[in-house]
Design a protein around this ligand. Structure first.
Ligand SMILES: Nc1nc2c(ncn2[C@@H]2O[C@H](COP(=O)(O)OP(=O)(O)OP(=O)(O)O)[C@@H](O)[C@H]2O)c(=O)[nH]1
Length: 266
């Protein structure tokens, strides 16, 4: 009888100990799981904070920068036509520019949007003395000649010399542009000759046609890339631009708003 009692008590003790051990194990597992869940929650919080900071920076980087560009060259080479092709993708008969015309166009690149503020000067000799007023402070200059007219190429070289006196090399992006490439049968300036000149002076060079649109947006995008590269290298500084206009007139039609806000995406 006594032996049986001892055995029963021993069994109760073993079962009790087993139950205590199971409970301890359950508690330990619960504590471990709570710990894991807490650390996961903390790291998620950190990731989302970092994500917000990154998207904030991305937003900052996407801000629009503006660049002043001046178009120079003899009368009739197609400066206004190039500006019109680039800003409105149009080609129509133009009248000689009086003084200067002002147009704008956005270029959307991967990380930045660049707003070109284009000063289209007149090529007429009688206004020559006022032209420096327009190219002062320009971030970029297009020196345009007509590939079918050698005189305009000679004149373009005078413009380049004038610009060289005004600017520190590398600060202003200068492009030599041979326009009217659609009339290559009437060519008076060989591509290689202009290319060589541009290489010697470290200029961008392109033959374009405002009439057909050939290489026009490529030209402006190449200038935009060069400008942003110079800004990154600290050689030039571009100002930020934000649209702060207040429209005091009748609401704009959807069509005209879309064309105003259009961006040259390449
Ligand atoms: N075939 C051809 N004609 C062009 C091209 N670009 C311009 N033209 C014509 O050349 C003439 C002069 O063009 P504009 O754009 O007014 O020239 P501009 O350099 O602005 O002239 P100014 O305002 O006097 O300085 C116009 O009759 C245009 O239609 C082109 O790429 N091909």
């Amino acid at each position: 009888m006594g032996m049986a009692m001892v055995m029963v008590m021993a069994m109760v003790m073993v079962v009790g100990m087993a139950m205590v051990m199971v409970m301890v194990m359950v508690m330990v597992m619960a504590i471990v799981m709570i710990g894991v869940l807490c650390s996961l929650a903390m790291s998620n919080k950190r990731i989302s904070k970092r994500g917000r900071a990154a998207s904030g920076n991305a937003q900052l980087e996407r801000k629009t920068q503006k660049a002043k560009m001046v178009l120079l060259g003899s009368s009739g080479v197609g400066k206004s036509s190039l500006a019109l092709r680039f800003t409105r993708d149009e080609f129509k008969s133009t009248v000689p520019t009086v003084g200067c015309a002002y147009l704008t166009q956005m270029v959307c690149l991967h990380e930045t949007t660049l707003r070109f503020e284009i000063w289209d000067t007149t090529g007429q000799e009688k206004y020559h003395s006022v032209t420096p007023l327009y190219y002062r402070g320009a971030n970029a200059a297009l020196v345009v000649y007509d590939i079918t007219n050698r005189d305009t190429f000679v004149r373009a070289q005078c413009w380049l010399q004038e610009l060289e006196k005004q600017y520190i090399a590398g600060e202003t992006v200068v492009a030599l542009v041979g326009n009217k490439a659609d009339l290559s049968d009437l060519r008076q300036v060989e591509l290689q000759e202009a290319q060589k000149l541009a290489e010697k002076k470290g200029l961008l060079f392109m033959e374009t046609s405002a009439k057909s649109g050939k290489k026009v947006s490529e030209l402006f995008v190449a200038i935009a890339h060069r400008l942003l590269q110079n800004a990154d290298d600290g050689r030039t500084s571009l100002m930020h631009w934000s649209d702060t206009r207040v429209d005091l007139h009748v609401p704009e039609s959807r069509e005209s708003r879309e064309s105003r806000e259009s961006c040259c995406r390449l």
